[in-house]
Design a protein around this ligand. Structure first.
Ligand code: ATP
Ligand code: MG
Ligand code: MG
Length: 470
């Protein structure tokens, strides 16, 4: 990418989240991730070029030096901070504006700093050998959210150890008008490692994607939540897109039956990718990560009510889900246990403001930051080091609760055609896939009080509404 010869016609709108807007290159498998600002911010709150560049460099450092060692080398692409010509950024902003969903237009793209994060386009498979000529690669994005129930002794409300945060939050989001329907997805089912529960978790994601599920075909988003929340997802239309990948071309199955088969196949492929143990040789039975007893089911999950689970709740040790869950579990005090420690840090910083940099409150996100995360004392010895270690751990966990998994899959096979007799050749690999994790920004230290208030709001709403009966 030649930064002095940037042309907005080479880039198109790709997607966005709450913090950033992403454009993809029309030919090369690259994306640019640009910062967004709230339209309520006044002009003075915009970052200067140097501030924005530092901010993006911090994201790169955090992904590379903190999240990558925790989540695994092969899953994380940290990218690089770039400075773009300001004219290019302005033209680009005008060009993408009409593509943006209305619900995201409360924020505007940063056209002041000219800084961006350049990343590989993870919706376009690069590491897979067999690139389907007739069929472009598929990529499925899952934002799994928090996969465990807190077991901290600091938790004051019993319900927190029974119903997971995602399921409680759903009721709050419905009441606040963010979504019109409840999602039946439960992260505890996805992270369970139990095939039956995982299957239903993914099915529920497909049925009500909200912002937890998207499908890209050849780099284009073909399935996600609709801006008009009234519209139910059209599963038959999705199945039409996917049919060439999962059904032989001569197949006579049609209509709803075909949709069922196709979506079932998709879910099976996703489960294999999510459970693949990338570090272990495939022939060796992978070691399993066992979750502590009593923290494996959420009472709000429909499954919990309908089915009795056998004890098979474990994930292969190095699969992407185990890596993410392990990182999320750095939050082992819960926000309620973290709060007093946050206040200890605040008090210390008030008394000794110069300590802010030694304690790496706002970075730098280097090896020594990771060391503070990993070598935090197990018991509270009353020290500032313990408090800071727990605060850092909590922030790392927050990042892992908010990241997305990208599963890129490409049809595979000698003639790249689907075998007519798949059922009798189950061992033949039909897809090659690559798995990555994205959106690994550091969560600001200052956002902890907000997290605490949000936690109380979600909880109180859930208890007041008695959602347990819904
Ligand atoms: P959130 O609100 O989830 O925090 P965010 O503002 O931090 O989101 P991202 O999640 O990083 O932004 O990016 C927004 C969307 O852009 C992603 O959900 C994904 O669909 C797409 N995207 C981001 N990075 C890439 C990439 N490297 N390759 C392909 N698509 C990407
Ligand atoms: Mg995101
Ligand atoms: Mg984010």
């Amino acid at each position: 990418m030649e930064l002095d010869k940037m042309d907005e016609n080479d880039w198109k709108y790709h997607g966005e989240g709450n913090k950033s807007l992403v454009v993809s290159h029309v030919q090369h498998a690259r994306v640019l991730r640009l910062l967004k600002y709230s339209t309520e911010d006044d002009e003075n709150s915009h970052k200067t070029t140097e501030q924005a560049f530092r901010h993006i460099q911090n994201i790169v450092d955090y992904s590379k030096n903190v999240m990558k060692p925790l989540l695994g080398e092969k899953f994380v692409h940290n990218g690089e901070a770039v400075k773009l010509p300001i004219d290019f950024v302005r033209q680009l902003s005008l060009k993408v504006q009409r593509e943006r969903p209305e619900s995201r237009c409360d924020k505007v793209m940063d056209t002041f700093s000219g800084c961006a994060l350049c990343l590989p386009n993870l919706t376009q498979l690069s590491s897979c050998c067999c690139f389907g000529q007739h069929r472009p690669p598929l990529c499925i994005e899952i934002k799994p959210k928090c996969g465990f129930l807190p077991s901290s002794r600091h938790v004051t409300k019993e319900i927190k150890s029974k119903v997971c945060r995602f399921c409680m939050h759903q009721h709050f989001k419905l009441a606040s008008g963010k979504w019109k329907r409840l999602s039946r997805y439960c992260p505890l089912d996805l992270f369970s490692g139990n095939k039956q529960r995982m299957y239903l978790a993914i099915k529920h994601l497909i049925e009500e994607p909200q912002n937890n599920f998207k499908i890209f075909k050849g780099g284009e988003c073909i399935y996600s939540c609709k801006d008009d929340a009234d519209v139910l997802q059209d599963l038959d239309e999705l199945a039409q897109h996917l049919r060439p990948y999962f059904l032989p071309s001569g197949s006579l199955i049609n209509g709803h039956q075909a949709s069922k088969v196709v979506l079932n196949e998709l879910i099976q492929v996703l489960m294999s990718a999510l459970l693949s143990s990338w570090d272990c040789p495939r022939t060796v039975e992978p070691r399993k990560t066992h979750l502590p007893e009593g923290r494996v089911t959420c009472e709000a999950s429909i499954l919990h009510r309908d089915l009795l689970w056998n004890g098979n709740h474990c994930l292969p040790k190095d699969c992407v889900l185990a890596k993410i869950l392990g990182t999320q579990m750095h939050d082992n005090l819960d926000i309620e246990g973290l709060n007093p420690l946050f206040r200890r840090v605040e008090q210390h910083l008030q008394d000794f403001p110069k300590e802010r940099s030694r304690l790496q409150i706002d970075g730098p996100y280097d090896e020594s930051f990771l060391e503070k995360v990993q070598n935090c004392p197990a018991e509270d010895d009353g020290s500032i080091e313990y408090a800071v270690g727990k605060v850092h751990q909590y922030r790392v966990a927050m990042t892992a609760k908010d990241c997305s998994i990208m599963i890129a899959i490409a049809p595979c096979g000698e003639d790249d055609g689907l075998d007519q007799n798949l059922e009798i050749q189950p061992a033949k690999p039909r897809f090659s896939y690559s798995v990555s994790i994205l959106d690994l920004d550091p969560k600001p230290y200052d956002s902890i009080p907000h997290q605490s208030r949000l936690d109380a709001k979600i909880l109180n709403y859930y208890l007041r509404k008695d959602c347990t009966l819904v």
